[in-house]
Design a protein around this ligand. Structure first.
Ligand code: SF4
Length: 510
């Protein structure tokens, strides 16, 4: 057997010698391709080592080694994760790596995970498998919230080479050196989340239409269902100066809209204690940040991704109502419309405060879009409790719901609670609120038929179409026109199409 192998190697070597003398360019091409394949095939790599072309071998190796390594990314979860993936991508590019699309077969894959989504584990495994299908020998790094919560579990996933926790993810380049696949299981670098107290700024950059700008991270609240504080640590924020500088950079890149993101955005500058009257004001809070950002030239729109009802102060609402750049759109988590449930969830407000915030917004901005997060099936939620939530939402002047079916998360207080709601009832309640959301959205949209509003046009996944959002988050769809992409235009809103989005009657002006 060994003799046959030696003969094959000898024969191949003779072919290469002959080719190199007759067709040197062809030889180099074959040789370099062989080198690439040899990296992945043990039998070829054995031949390669025995090829006895030391000079060419080392020259070509150098040539190939100096070829930039490629990296591809996949993000699961929220806008914050998207902004952070972009920041990590910029680090790689700054170090000379080439960022390519996921399906193009990269040398390194970085998967930024989320712990909030259901089946986080299954989703993570699936993405790892997909990455290895595109590039069987790729070096796979998993980071993000799920990686912080379950580092050991992730390191056992076949194909994972490195797991980085919350504090380590922005030092990713320090942990990547020779890119050898982990022989057994992935290496874990995830420290105690209590030590994650530095803030790393980040913003996404994709199609120039909008950028997610991270201004705050972590959360000091202790909602009984939530693992985010365990995955992201204490509440901490960027400085106003740094956020403004990033906003200017984003404007220079030609981006028209910035979405401010954070885990508990309204707590910027740890404003909760000040707003709750526990501490005097010492540093800049969310209201100070948005006032400064409103001055940034070059950004047409700022959107607040989500703000807790207790932090959505009169001052913030009044400022947005007056601002030219902050758009009339709020997303305010409610979670339950029943005070008993809110208490069990350890939320920091009662439903009355929530209703008051909505009324204040609508008084000042009747056209404002208000989105609401709700959880159904939280432990102890009786039929009566749910009906109360349903009725509360039905009566509120809101525009859409994001409905979450409660699911138990390890290491949370809620997971230990009794009076567990059967899963089929959770699903039924979810469906009821989903239908309510459709009705709310339709009602909100219908109020604007025949009106003119400004739209930021952007690409659509269907190449024949383009889409866009008005300032108050009405989605429009119209035939593709490349000249309008990334432009703001005033449109007349004509009718609601089958997909539930607006068609425009006419473009009034760009
Ligand atoms: S406010 Fe509550 S739900 Fe939101 S991140 Fe903090 S702990 Fe989680």
């Amino acid at each position: 057997m060994e003799k046959i192998g030696t003969n094959i190697f000898g024969l191949m070597r003779r072919i290469l010698i002959w080719t190199s003398s007759k067709f040197p360019l062809l030889y180099i091409s074959v040789y370099s391709n062989l080198f690439c394949v040899a990296k992945n095939e043990p039998w070829l790599s054995t031949f390669y080592r025995h090829s006895q072309f030391p000079i060419l071998h080392s020259e070509l190796s150098l040539l190939i080694m100096s070829t930039p390594k490629t990296v591809a990314f996949h993000t699961l979860g929220c806008k914050l994760n998207f902004s952070e993936t972009s920041a990590i991508a910029r680090q790689f590019e700054g170090a000379g790596y080439g960022a390519i699309k996921f399906q193009e077969g990269a040398d390194i894959y970085v998967i930024n995970t989320c712990s909030v989504t259901d089946f986080a584990d299954r989703k993570c495994r699936k993405v790892v498998r997909q990455a290895l299908r595109h590039s069987p020998n790729a070096f796979v790094v998993v980071t993000g919230c799920y990686a912080q919560l379950k580092p050991e579990e992730i390191s056992e996933i076949p194909g994972v080479d490195l797991v980085l926790g919350a504090a380590e993810k922005f030092r990713i380049l320090d942990y990547i050196d020779d890119l050898s696949k982990a022989p057994d299981k992935g290496m874990v670098q995830a420290g105690d989340i209590k030590e994650a107290n530095s803030f790393t700024n980040a913003f996404s950059f994709g199609d120039r239409t909008r950028s997610f700008l991270k201004v705050q991270d972590g959360c000091d609240y202790k909602c009984s269902f939530c693992t985010i504080p365990l995955a992201r640590g204490k509440s901490r924020s960027d400085t106003v100066e740094q956020v403004v500088e990033n906003a200017k950079k984003i404007a220079e890149m030609g981006v028209r809209e910035i979405v401010l993101t954070g885990v508990n955005l309204g707590d910027f500058g740890n404003g909760t204690a000040v707003i709750e009257g526990v501490k005097p004001k010492k540093e800049a809070m969310f209201i100070d940040l948005i006032k400064e950002l409103d001055q940034v030239e070059g950004i047409d729109r700022f959107r607040i991704s989500s703000i807790e009802p207790n932090l959505c102060t009169d001052e913030v609402i009044e400022f947005v109502a007056e601002s030219n750049r902050f758009v009339p759109h709020f997303h305010i988590p409610l979670q339950s419309g029943n005070n008993k449930q809110l208490k069990a969830m350890r939320r920091r407000y009662k439903r009355e405060l929530y209703a008051d915030r909505v009324a204040k917004i609508k008084t000042l901005m009747p056209h404002c879009c208000i989105g609401v997060d709700v959880i159904v099936g939280f432990p102890g939620e009786t039929d009566e409790d749910f009906k109360e939530t349903y009725q509360f939402l039905n009566d509120l002047d809101i525009s859409y719901l994001h409905v979450f079916t409660y699911s138990e998360r390890p290491n949370t207080l809620a997971a230990e609670m009794e009076e567990v709601v059967p899963v089929h009832i959770r699903r039924e309640r979810n469906e009821m609120l989903r239908i309510l959301s459709e009705k709310k959205k339709r009602f909100f949209y219908e109020q604007f038929i025949g009106q003119e509003r400004t739209v930021l046009f952007e690409k659509h996944k269907d190449k024949n179409l383009m889409s866009g959002f008005t300032d108050n988050y009405l989605k429009i769809e119209l035939p593709y026109n490349p000249e309008l992409i990334n432009e703001l235009g005033k449109v007349e809103l004509a009718a609601i199409n089958e997909g539930g989005n607006f068609e425009i009657g006419s473009l009034v002006g760009v």
